[in-house]
Design a protein around this ligand. Structure first.
Ligand code: NAD
Ligand code: TYD
Length: 352
């Protein structure tokens, strides 16, 4: 049997696939459109592995997906494929609607068509796991409790609205057709292979190049940070023993202001890669124009997953961030390959 992982050349998808092979002998089909965020280099350690099959394609391509599901007798789909960057969704949201909403709809329909025709045992074992975000719950005040699975959806950006819409479709396919789904709403992830448009890898890259570490507004917005390997472990556990039709929140119990994230990062870099002039990287922290509609705080209550499936994050923010910084320091070539023409165009547009 095989699992189909969509968005597998992106940040979380590639970490998940690499982790999967360290735990399982089951085959993986990695399906990815290879947008600007998809990078086959993330999966290069699997080159020549007969249990891994990479296919370039769109989750909206129903013929392609249905053929893959049938050909490889897929027993689970893990859907990471998405447009994932809030700042890009502010400039232009078309691709977010196309992939996150219409793409999820098409993937659900391909899965339903395949699942309907499976014989009884295979039908019983099939799972569709959809990856979503804590951003669908909207912005919390400082005194609000962390978001739990029964909180109402209040998305504020076109990214989070498109993720919320996809979650509703997934729910509807369970309620209406009994397709065996899970939805996983995760906090901000960090770790190896993250594209340097997101806060942590952007700050590492800029710090090393002597450029400003751009902090939006006053830097007091709060995110809950989850080490990407802890996310992979949660997904494996949900696939194994999750309750069909349920939503699971995954968070790291690491609420930090953006300024605190940048400062901790600078402290680690000061220790691991001290500047030749003896100064701290903190001097590069620069406050820049705020993001429009910038959500003040996200926080995740992951107690359902902790109590029901016995999952808990293994990394604290400090241990996870140290591992992350070390990975970027040891993988300078990866970063050099990623920051090509398209990336430079984005940086010019976003940080004029
Ligand atoms: P990413 O942008 O790094 O990767 C997305 C991948 O999807 C890319 O490889 C891209 O090529 C691929 N893709 C895009 N459109 C596609 C399409 N139509 N068909 C097939 N492939 C397509 O994103 P990520 O950070 O790895 O996020 C993965 C998932 O996790 C997303 O659904 C995102 O919403 C969700 N999520 C991310 C975070 C985070 O902190 N990064 C937090 C919570 C939830
Ligand atoms: P990001 O990594 O884009 O994730 P998300 O918007 O999905 O949470 O941003 C994390 C936080 O960091 C968010 O509050 C915006 C802020 N941020 C900056 O302050 N400066 C930056 O250059 C970027 C990219 C993000």
């Amino acid at each position: 049997m095989t699992i189909l992982v969509t968005g597998a050349a992106g940040f979380i998808g590639s970490n998940f696939v690499l982790d999967w092979f360290s735990q399982s002998k089951e085959d993986v089909i990695s399906l990815d459109l290879l947008t600007y965020a998809g990078n086959l280099e993330n999966l290069s350690s699997l080159n020549g592995n007969p249990h891994h099959h990479f296919v370039q394609g769109n989750i909206s391509d129903r013929d392609l997906v249905l053929n893959l599901l049938k050909k490889y007798q897929v027993r689970a789909i893990v859907n990471f494929a998405a447009e994932s960057h809030v700042d890009r969704s502010i400039h232009e949201s078309k691709d977010f609607i196309e992939t996150n909403i219409v793409g999820t709809y098409n993937l659900l329909e391909s899965a339903r068509c395949y699942w309907n025709d499976l014989d009884k045992n295979l039908k019983q074992d099939f799972r569709f796991l959809h990856i979503s975000s804590d951003e669908v719950y909207g912005s919390l005040d400082l005194t609000d409790p962390p978001s739990n699975e029964s909180d109402p959806y209040k998305p504020n950006s076109s990214y989070s609205a498109s993720k919320a819409a996809s979650d509703h479709l997934v729910r509807a396919w369970f309620q209406t057709y009994k397709l065996p789904v899970f939805t996983v709403n995760s906090a901000n992830n960090y770790g190896p292979y993250q594209f340097p448009e997101k806060l942590i890898p952007l700050c590492i890259l800029n710090a090393l190049h002597g450029k400003p570490l751009p902090i939006y507004g006053n830097g007091q917005q709060i995110r809950d940070w989850l080490y990407v390997k802890d996310h992979s472990a949660a997904i494996r556990e949900i696939l194994k023993q999750g309750q069909i039709g349920e939503t699971y929140n995954v968070g790291g119990r690491n609420e930090k202001t953006n300024l605190a994230v940048a400062e901790t990062l600078c402290n680690i870099l000061d220790e691991l890669k001290p500047k030749s002039n003896g100064k701290s990287y903190r001097e590069q922290i620069t406050f820049v124009k705020d993001r429009p509609g910038h959500d003040r705080r996200y926080a995740i209550d992951a107690s359902k997953l902790e109590h029901e499936l016995n999952w808990s994050p293994q990394e604290t923010f400090e241990t996870g961030l140290r591992k992350t910084v070390l990975w970027y320091l040891e993988n300078v070539a990866w970063m050099d390959h990623v920051v090509t023409g398209e990336y430079q165009d984005w940086i010019q547009k976003q940080y004029p």
